[in-house]
Each structure stands twice: as structure tokens, then as C-alpha cells.
Design a protein around this ligand. Structure first.
Ligand SMILES: [Zn+2]
Ligand SMILES: [Zn+2]
Length: 253
């Protein structure tokens, strides 16, 4: 397996801003909500949009409300090929086709053709790889539903961003632990525990704790019960997030 660890000599990233621009969980009621997830990542060498939510128009409207220029995005990373994560892409490409779209090899051929047809460059991921100096993909995970997660290396530690976490949020954190040196400071995104039993949720929380995850920011498909359990176990290190939320390194002590 190809492991693209960040070279030790590359400088540590001192500034990182994550903004949730599409989510079915509320935070800022000036923004519109819809099922799905999308977040922008600014600070690294490339400005990244992780997922696009289900609706392009809503995505663009929310980005405008938050003062984010879609033309400033360099890379769109799609975690997996579900409509609530890639449905907004075509609408986004109408405004900014000059991006690379980082998706998994196993995405539908027709979808890749559509992306190329809109003028974007398709980058296909299979094994773990570097997207830019401080941003990495876990590579394809999961058997039934293939998914990748993002890892950003910062001065505060590793920041992990998940789409739906279908392969298991615990498995994703284990994969990050195996691929990268350094502490995991934050895991944020959908944890896909909406229909999970208490014991499954507790197991995920235990793995997070054992692997030293400091902060969590569960949203999207995490489910209310799991969000409550994360809040119980992580206390004020469980960040309440939803559409319109901004997180910077200053929020991570
Ligand atoms: Zn999904
Ligand atoms: Zn989802």
C-alpha cells in the first residue's frame, strides 16, 4: 500500500479554517439546511471543498451568505458517491469548472464523464495519497460502500474530516492512526450512527478515546442519540456544529 506521509521537513500548517456550507444539522439559522454535507477547508496550499451536499443552488447560496467565493476553491474532494455528498457538484462546476475533482476510482464512469464534460480535472484515488503538502486522503475504505476521508496536518495535530463514515468512524480513525504520525486533534463530519445501537456507538467512542482523539464535531448522519453520547463522553471537547459553523485552530486548545 502506498503511504504518502507528509515529509518531516515540510513546515507545519499554522492556519486552518473549516466552514460547514451544507448540512442537515442546524447552527446558523440565516443559512439553508438540506440533507447532505459539505465543508470548505482553507489554510493549506490548496483550498478544498469536501463534498458538495445534495443541492448545488443551496450550496452556492450558503457559500455566498458566508462570504466564500466558489472561484477560490482549487480542489473538490468527494468522500463517496452518494447523492447527498456529490449532488451539488454539477451546480458548483457551473460557477467554477477550473478545479480538480478528487474522487474514488470506483465512482460511476458516467459521473466521471460528466465531471470531465464540465471542464474539471478528475483525480482518481485508490490508495492513500497526498492532495497537497498538508492535506491527505485515507484512500478507499469500506467493502460495500467505498469512501475516503480527509486528513489535514496542522500544528495542533491531525484534523480528520469525514463525509458519512460508512466504513465506520472508528475504522477511519484507525486508518489515520496507521498512516500518519502525530496526535489526532479533531474528527469532524458525519459519523453514520443514526441507526446504531448504544453498544456500537459506545464502541466508536471508546476507539476514539483509545486513539487519543481530543475533539469531536459530529454532524450530518451522526444521529441525535450518538451526538448526545459523544457530548456526554467528550464534554466541552464535543463541538456543536451544523450549517454555517466555522472552526479554526484557535478552537482547538
Ligand atoms: Zn452516504
Ligand atoms: Zn451522507
Amino acid at each position: 500500500m502506498q503511504q504518502n506521509q507528509c515529509p518531516a521537513e515540510s513546515p507545519v500548517l499554522t492556519g486552518l479554517t473549516i466552514r460547514i456550507v451544507h448540512d442537515n444539522c442546524p447552527f446558523d439559522d440565516r443559512l439553508r439546511m438540506a440533507w447532505g454535507f459539505a465543508a470548505t477547508v482553507t489554510g493549506p496550499e490548496r483550498t478544498v471543498l469536501l463534498d458538495t451536499g445534495s443541492e448545488g443552488a443551496l450550496l452556492l447560496e450558503n457559500m455566498a451568505s458566508m462570504g466564500i467565493d466558489p472561484k477560490g476553491i482549487d480542489s473538490v474532494v468527494l468522500s463517496h458517491s452518494h447523492a447527498d455528498h456529490m449532488g451539488g457538484l454539477v451546480g458548483f462546476l457551473e460557477v467554477n469548472p477550473a478545479v480538480e475533482v478528487v474522487l474514488l476510482e470506483s465512482f460511476p464512469v458516467r459521473f466521471k464523464e460528466t465531471v470531465r464534460g464540465r471542464g474539471a480535472r478528475v483525480v482518481e484515488v485508490e490508495s492513500p495519497r497526498t492532495i497537497c503538502a498538508h492535506v491527505h486522503s485515507t484512500g478507499r475504505m469500506g467493502r460495500r460502500i467505498h469512501e475516503q476521508a480527509l486528513v489535514v496536518r496542522t500544528e495542533k495535530g491531525l484534523v480528520v474530516l469525514t463525509g458519512c463514515a460508512h466504513p465506520g468512524a472508528d475504522k477511519i480513525v484507525e486508518q489515520v492512526r496507521a498512516l500518519h504520525k502525530g496526535d489526532i486533534v479533531l474528527v469532524m463530519g458525519g459519523f453514520h450512527l443514526g441507526w446504531a445501537t448504544d453498544s456500537r456507538i459506545e464502541r466508536v467512542i471508546r476507539t476514539f478515546k483509545q486513539l487519543g482523539v481530543r475533539y469531536v464535531a459530529p454532524t450530518h448522519c451522526t444521529g441525535e442519540k450518538a451526538q448526545d453520547l459523544f457530548a456526554k463522553h467528550f464534554g466541552d471537547r464535543c463541538l456543536r456544529v451544523g450549517v454555517g459553523k466555522t472552526i479554526t485552530l484557535a478552537d482547538l486548545k
